[in-house]
Ligand binder design. Sequence first.
Ligand SMILES: Cc1ncc(COP(=O)(O)O)c(C=O)c1O
Length: 510
Amino acid sequence: MLRNKEDILDNKKHLNDNMQISDSQDSEIPPLVSRLKAVAAQNDAYFQFPGHNKGQAVPSSLSSVIGVQPFIHDFTTFPAVDNLFAPKGPILDAQKQAAKLFGAEETWFLVGGSTCGTQASILATCSPGDTLIIQRNSHKSAFAGMVFSGAIPKYIIPEYDFDWDIACGITPSQANCVEKAMKELDSEGRKASAVFITSPTYNGICSNLKEIAVLCHSQNIPLIVDEAHGAHLRFHKSLLPLSALHQGADISIQSTHKVLGSLTQSSMLHLSGKIVDRERICNCLQTLQSTSPSYLLLASLDAARARIGEHPDTIFNKPVELAMEAKALVETIPGITVFNSSKYGTDPLRLTVGVWKLGISGFEANGILEKKYGVISQLHGTRSICFIVNLGTSRDDIMRLVSGLKHLSETYASIRVNDIHTHPLSEMNTSMILSPRDAFFASKKKVRFEESVGKVCGELVCPFPAGIPLLVPGEVITEEALSYLMERKNKGALAIGVADSTLSSMVVCT
Ligand SMILES: Cc1ncc(COP(=O)(O)O)c(C=O)c1O
């Protein structure tokens, strides 16, 4: 571990030596990683940001845990490493290579997660008063996109699986719901400026994007796909569902960090076709992102791209095999059910396991797995838990998960009945009084929780996980939504977005 100046100088020398030795190898190193390595190795006197001065003034509590290497490579915009918002050198090269691999016409690296990608894509396609056809169960970032742009949502409700209490995709009977929304708008003399679909969902459920893309393009409407959970879909010959770009999406936003191994917060926005104005995308991304993007995040995107690019057709073979093996084992456990969908495909790397037959909730099951087995899930709901198999998952991990689930099965089999309510989205009859933007800027007050029924919601209420809004600012608060929220809270779920996390009060528009 490097702690002092001598160590740092030594390290610079070591890096310099390494650079000389491995000059020929550097052509193999992804462009942005290679530039980061070269700049880190220069023995210059720095009079610029960041303030830790290339690792020379690092808070020791952190460097004693992670070392100084991350700091030595921590740059933001300066000529030697290129500029994210006007790329000419290694960033341009890296983004071009990513576009090629992911099948896009152009790709932008994002340092604000898919959150800033969804926001930018809505801001780039909708102006104030424009209509956006959007799934009601979209991620909260899409609602922020509507506040920024002033878009008016025309909601479509996805199919709902009551057994599992999870929202599914926009399936065949539902591709028509996009068409229906378009027709309804037409009868009011309106036309959508964009259609926004989430595919895959958190649980890996994919939508019928191909049909929706054809529909959109017949009217020159861009199809934006929140593919935050699907950056890997292109990289298996047969067992992964088709990616959004493959199916005709105009924009796909992917959280590279969620599945492809880049650093948290690093994502990509891919553009295809000519319907969306690329200049507007550039402008919106600059508007929404930091002027000091982290080059560690950018280099990690480049590195993730390069690694996938080495074996694009086979890199996910092992995780898919492991996931299949896990699924086969879990299916044999009494009282445990495995989610098997879907008409348009489900990502096999999302293992959604139902526990309701054991008479326990996903929250309870998750707590036990975590405490007793050190098995950490991605998402737990009223009736299920979702586990993600990724490039780092081992057979040991799978066996631990199977043991934990066996324990649940042996301990709980039908001791009591799971009486948990399903999500009110299943019967969602939302009534929007104010647009998300008008509600955002409306004057507001706090009222007691139980007095908020029938009032216009003033805050975005997201039970977490999964950050899918239950109530959106501008909608009438229903009794069903409140009782669901209270029940989730009592089961240990967090409500994010609310001013009062104890749920004694709610913010309403006055
Ligand atoms: C469907 C969906 N879209 C967008 C996002 C935002 O992604 P990020 O965390 O990369 O900002 C998430 C995050 O979980 C998500 O689940």
